[in-house]
Every structure is written in structure tokens, then in C-alpha cells.
Design a protein around this ligand. Structure first.
Ligand SMILES: [Zn+2]
Length: 324
């Protein structure tokens, strides 16, 4: 099966009450971990590439690795551009074989966001085969590669804008801001309560009221959540027990993401959790085997941790297992 766009996958996910995981990738081990996990779970999957990943690995390597994963697994895989900043990068990816792109003009005015999104949609939809487009309304706090928004400067999506935005742009899916955030430090400690027993921070709940209102206004339309790592504390503990120093790293609880996946959310972006799992595997290996110097040994352990994490996400959070 060749790479696919997201249209049909989202239609099935919407009807089926689950979401497709969109996992960021930037090296071979991460691509293998994600796609082997998806294969074992019989799940469709989205591999997404940010501007930072393109800089790190070069677009041609990423594309060829993803093509190799398609050939290796036979899965329906979407190759998606995460946070395209302008028309040129979206065009470059569409011309280069991506099957889906995000144009992120969420920091611009409503009218500028519409104009730029529409321009990308017209180009993407005219392409053969059809390339799907995701846009964003509202802004998330946090840091993801080149996208940085200070805590306090984020803004929730305004539900009263979504119908006009989708109608005028023709976009295929929409990322909304309901309280998720980029990075491994999603919330400042003062936004959270602290569990008195474990000392772990509990973040404020997602704004399900906004999601509900958006989905009422856009029936059947796929919604996307960015910044949706959960920063599982077992990985933070492994990292910190093996020489790391991650203090007060906190994410979005998995049960809230599961709830969103049962609603209009069809795509959930997960990046930081993969980074944490990879780092946990490598740090644990390095501490246990100070004499090892073959990268296959420690990166191989990192890959195993990422694969286990992706299987957990697919079966316990996204619900996309056995949906092929
Ligand atoms: Zn994002």
C-alpha cells in the first residue's frame, strides 16, 4: 500500500470514536519503533515531520525512511508536515511526496490565517493524488522546535469562528486550542495542584466545553489536538534515576485524551513522550553498561522503549488498534 492522505482514516476514526496517533519522527529508530508498534496493533498511523526534523535529518532521508516503513509494514501511513510556517514549505512537501500538510498561520490575524490556509488548500487539493490540509485556530503555549508561545500568551479557540474558517478555506481538519500545550513542561507549577503523596503535578483539565461547541458547529468534521503528550512519570523517573534532571515535567493526562478521542478529535499529536521514552531507554542502558560503546546497543534499547510506548498509546489512549 502506498502512502495515504488522512481523509478516509479520519472519516473512519470519527465514526468509530477513536483517534489516529500522529507521531513525530526524525531518525530511523523512531520511524521503526512507531511503525512496528502500529503493525503489531493493526493500527493506521501518521508519521509527522517538523521543520526542525527536516533540518536535522534532511527531507530526502525522512521521506525515504517513511517509504521504507510503508514497504516493511504494508500499513496505511500518512506522511504529514507538522507546523508548516508558510506556503513555500507546504508546497515543497506536497511536491516532494507528503500526503498531508499543516499550514500553521494561527499566530496571524483571522483574515490572514484564512487567506494563507486557502492558498495552501487550493494547491494541495489540485495535486494528484489529493493532499489533505490541517490548519489551526487559537494558539497553544509551550515550545516545539521553532514554535514558541509563552505561558499566558496562549488563546483558546473561539468556537464562533470555526464554521466561517472551514467554509472559507476548504480545509480538511482543524487543530484547536483547548488547553493542551507543546513540550515536556506543559504547565507551570502554579497552574497545577500537587499530589501531596507523590509530589507530582496535576494539570488543569482540558476545556471539553470548547471541543463540544466546536463539534456541534462542525458535525462530522475532524478535529486535531497538538501538544498531547502525557509525560508519563514512569519515564521521567527512569531518566532522573539514571542521571537525568527533569523537574516538574508534566503533560495532559491520558484519560482526558481518551475522552477527546471518543469525541470529534481524530488526530492526536505525540512527540515529547517519544523523546522521553527514547531518553529513558538510553540513559538506563548507559548507566547499567558503562563499558558499552556500540550505538546499536543503547539506541536499540531506546527504540524498544519507544515501541512499547507507542503500543500503549494506540491501545490505551487512541483506541486505533484493530482498525485496519
Ligand atoms: Zn504542534
Amino acid at each position: 500500500m502506498p502512502l495515504v492522505n488522512s481523509k478516509e482514516l479520519f472519516e473512519k476514526a470519527y465514526k468509530g470514536g477513536y483517534a489516529i496517533g500522529a507521531f513525530n519522527c526524525n531518525n530511523m529508530e523512531i520511524v521503526q519503533a512507531i511503525t512496528e508498534a502500529a503493525k503489531e496493533c493493526n493500527s493506521p498511523v501518521i508519521l509527522q515531520v517538523s521543520a526542525g526534523a527536516r533540518k536535522y535529518a534532511k527531507p530526502v532521508y525522512l521521506r525515504k525512511m517513511v517509504e521504507a516503513a510503508v514497504e516493511d509494514t504494508g500499513l496505511p501511513i500518512v506522511l504529514h508536515l507538522d507546523h508548516g510556517a508558510d506556503f513555500e514549505i507546504c508546497k515543497d512537501c506536497i511536491d516532494g511526496g507528503f500526503t498531508s500538510v499543516m499550514i500553521d498561520a494561527s499566530s496571524k490575524s483571522f483574515e490572514e490565517n484564512i487567506a494563507l490556509t486557502k492558498k495552501v488548500v487550493e494547491y494541495a487539493h489540485a495535486h494528484k493524488p489529493y493532499v489533505t490540509v490541517e490548519a489551526e485556530l487559537g494558539t497553544l503555549a509551550g515550545i516545539e522546535d521553532d514554535v514558541k508561545v509563552e505561558h499566558g500568551a496562549e488563546s483558546y479557540t473561539k468556537p464562533e469562528q470555526v464554521e466561517e474558517f472551514v467554509r472559507r478555506t476548504g480545509v480538511d481538519s482543524l487543530a484547536i486550542a483547548i488547553g493542551t500545550s507543546h513540550g515536556a513542561y506543559k504547565f507551570k507549577p502554579e497552574q497545577c495542584t500537587r499530589d501531596p503523596k507523590t509530589g507530582v503535578l496535576c494539570p488543569p483539565p482540558l476545556r471539553f466545553d470548547i471541543l463540544e461547541e466546536v463539534s456541534k458547529r462542525l458535525p462530522g468534521f475532524p478535529i486535531v489536538l497538538h501538544g498531547s503528550s502525557s509525560v508519563n512519570q514512569e519515564y521521567v523517573k527512569i531518566i532522573n534515576d539514571n542521571g537525568g534532571a527533569l523537574v516538574d515535567a508534566v503533560g495532559v493526562p491520558e484519560n482526558q485524551l481518551r475522552q477527546a478521542a471518543g469525541m470529534a478529535v481524530c488526530k492526536i499529536n505525540i512527540d515529547s513522550d517519544l523523546r522521553l521514552a527514547m531518553t529513558a531507554g538510553i540513559r538506563e542502558h548507559m548507566k547499567a553498561h558503562p563499558d558499552h560503546f556500540d550505538p546499536r546497543q543503547y539506541v536499540g534499547d531506546g527504540r524498544k522503549y519507544v515501541k512499547d510506548l507507542v503500543k500503549h498509546k494506540i491501545t490505551e489512549v487512541l483506541g486505533s488498534n484493530d482498525k485496519l
